[in-house]
Design a protein around this ligand. Sequence first.
Ligand code: ZN
Length: 424
Amino acid sequence: MLEQQEEKKRTSFERYKLKQALEVLEKKKGFHTELVSLYIPPDRQISDVTNYLKQEYGTSSNIKSKSTRKNVMDAIQKLLALLKNVPKPPPTGLVIFCGAIPTNGQGTERMEMTTIVPPEPIKIYKYHCDNQFFLDPLKEMLVEKETYALIVIDRSEADFAILKGNHLEILKKITSGAPGKHHAGGQSQRRFERLIEQAGHEFFKRAGEYANELFLQIPDLKGLLIGGPGPSKDKFAESNYVDYRLKNAILGIVDISYTGSSGIDELIDKSKDILQNVRYSEEKSLVQKFLTMLVKDDSLVTYGEKQVRKALDQGAVDTLLLSEDLDILHVTISCPNCNYKEEVTIKKSELPPLEQKIQNKSCPKCTSSLLSIETIKPIIDELGELAERTGANVEVISSETEEGQQLKQAFGGIAALLRYSLNN
Ligand SMILES: [Zn+2]
């Protein structure tokens, strides 16, 4: 169980890295059918793969175009050389992309190779040669399929939403236009109550029809949660207003104080146990934990790049929280002449002026003109990898939740839960 939990905790960073890698690979185009994608599932013998590649190498010697032939054969050779050092595929398999990528028009191709150990096991074995890389099976891994349907309802309003991965979507709001609770006068009390009941029935019927229309078509519906203030939600859930398939999918009927989008939020918050594996709920809980600790004992949390880096360096971080859309880069500048090294953190937009500046600057230690930028890394990758090396959990948090937005706006998108207080 613990092992399983640890494995799950690693995945938000892995998923982030996979997403980034796919974005880069997607943009790469070859001139001809000469970019090779190789998918090796975990149970495949490497010797099978190399035998297959050798065969492909032979076949590709028949390619008519001289440059395509050379590029394909070079790519296969590179794959073979890499696989020599791989005794067997990692537990989730291995994916390799290799090909000649043009840098600036025909004849400027440079052989590039990217290897990816996927976050989930690959099921297919595939050798694919095209003018772009074949990314679908990996993209598929990033698609969240499990969907939860949400309804908050009272006698005057109903809201419908779906929760999928880290994304919440409010689909529809309907109102009953029912007469108010108070007797308007003129009619008899009984007649008035009957009218209210009739209007309530009509409204629930309409809400049920919307629920069927919106939710029955969802292919991977995991369940339905219904919330609302007062007894309306129970009546709605327990009668046959929704299709029996949706009724069977009800996971919880929850008492909440509001309708509308605050009601939806409250429904999610109060269904934490049911939604504990849904990323949206996970992200909320992680940031809430940070905020609660900040109020209770702020020596066990820290935030901001400088403070978090300090805690990471001391191995004191238990869980690192990073906002997914931080556009901050970590840049190392070095001098190959005297080994001078400098690290700076800049916004993405500040990179071109920095590059310009470094080009015209001499080394502050030995005055050599060889001073140059050595590495450029998104801060999420840099801090995430640093955290992984110290055994910390890395959580990449989207801005989909209010808590996620708070992490980004109020805490600079970098925060940490600590293993022990740093103040002593
Ligand atoms: Zn120097």
